[in-house]
Design a protein around this ligand. Structure first.
Ligand SMILES: Cc1ncc(COP(=O)(O)O)c(C=O)c1O
Length: 399
């Protein structure tokens, strides 16, 4: 059975640090816009005191993105910000509010926004496009969850599942968008396509802005460790760079990926720090993390800042889902899906599995550690959630 793999990042601090994406100004700009969207509310930051105690850690904070605009994941923050910037056509100036932009475009012919998605990004895009009265076209990779397809269609998207994997679906939509004059809103970058993914990444800064405020309100100190899940790495890249820019204390950053979709782990292995694709066939239940090609903007950030790259088999994410859904004592319950729960599953394994004691030591995890995790999705695949939490699918691996 597959096990957790890890390696220290040999490229850390070898490259000059420039704030490419995330800084205070960009964070405030994104937050200011998101606050104007219908039904905006910050997502909760939970403190899992009993679990921290049980694991011999200081504190565990979990930002619960299942509450984001009722869409069950954080992804809406990126697509809404990129679409608003596109429609407002004032990239360099202050971004107008949602209602001002909507008013401004109301007499213009509607436009078609297109994307490829494992589900969450497309849902955010379809929701935003609906709010602005525009049209959306969404393609999903083979094997995608039918419930997610239905959710997209319910928001008015013209949505279908392709016979391709995620990365090939991205290329397919990108070609179609060019031929058909659609506006591509993709959450990863490549040569010649960087402006939109940068805006999507900056949209994710709202999570960080809320988090920093919430820690202040509950009078907690900044985290010592941050464990982030990565697909193409746009999310992890933004949060890592943002924290590096905005928090003066030192933080140990850990990036986790599925075993079969290990593009950052592989890039970390490259002798010269060049970006590498995943070595596996992307087969994982962590649909949001099943990516072959990393976002090069994210890699340029992560390679300089991250301390450790980790790969996790599916049973680690399953354990994270079960623990978050069945908390200890008075800890709050968090409904966390496959891609949302893998950092917690990893944290529990590293603290409890004697075979990982060297890793625990290398990561300096002890009673003074304050861990920040972001549960990036709720039960976006409810059938799989129940199969895991009720029926014990993906049981914990015993040595
Ligand atoms: C729930 C969830 N978590 C994490 C991620 C990873 O984000 P990124 O692809 O930017 O690394 C995704 C991506 O779709 C996701 O849906």
């Amino acid at each position: 059975m597959e096990k957790i793999q890890w390696q220290r990042n040999p490229h850390k601090n070898l490259h000059p640090q420039t704030a490419a994406i995330a800084n205070f100004r960009e964070m405030e700009r994104a937050m200011k816009f998101h606050r104007t969207l219908p039904d905006y509310a910050p997502t909760p930051l939970a403190s899992l005191e009993s679990l921290a105690n049980y694991l011999g850690l200081g504190e565990i904070f979990v930002k619960d993105e299942s509450y984001r605009f009722g869409l069950n994941s954080f992804k809406i923050l990126g697509s809404s910000y990129a679409i608003a910037n596109y429609l407002d056509e004032e990239y360099t100036k202050e971004l107008n509010s949602f209602s001002t932009i909507k008013e401004k475009i109301k007499t213009l012919p509607s436009r078609v926004f297109a994307t490829a998605t494992a589900g969450n990004h497309g849902l955010g895009l379809a929701w935003t496009v609906k709010q602005f009265g525009q049209q959306s076209v969404v393609f999903m990779p083979k094997g995608s969850c039918l419930r997610k397809l239905d959710n997209l269609r319910a928001l008015g998207a013209q949505a279908e599942i392709t016979t391709l994997n995620y990365d090939d679906t991205v290329q397919y939509v990108s070609r179609l968008a060019q031929e058909r004059n659609w506006i591509l809103i993709q959450d990863t970058a490549w040569d010649g396509y960087v402006d939109t993914p940068k805006l999507i990444m900056q949209g994710y800064l709202t999570i960080l802005g809320e988090c920093l405020k919430q820690l202040k309100i509950i009078e907690k100190e900044q985290p010592t460790h941050v464990i982030l899940q990565a697909g193409v790495g746009s999310f992890a890249g933004t949060i890592v760079e943002g924290l590096k820019q905005l928090v003066s204390t030192s933080i140990i950053f850990i990036v986790v990926e599925p075993t079969k979709a290990d593009c950052f782990f592989q890039s970390g292995c490259s002798a010269d720090g060049t970006v590498k694709n995943a070595s596996g066939d992307l087969s994982t239940m962590m649909a949001g993390l099943a990516c072959r090609d990393p976002n090069p903007i994210a890699w340029n950030i992560l390679k300089n800042i991250v301390d450790c790259f980790v790969t996790c088999p599916d049973h680690v994410a399953a354990k994270g889902m079960r623990i978050l859904g069945n908390p200890l004592d008075k800890d709050p319950r968090i409904i966390s899906g496959e891609s949302g729960a893998v950092p917690l599953g990893f944290l529990v394994e590293v603290c409890k599995n004697p075979l990982l004691k060297d890793l625990k030591k290398a990561l300096e995890l002890n009673t003074t550690s304050r861990i920040l995790l972001i549960s990036t999705e709720g039960d976006t695949d409810p059938e799989n959630y129940r199969a895991i939490c009720w029926d014990g699918k993906y049981p914990t691996f015993e040595e």
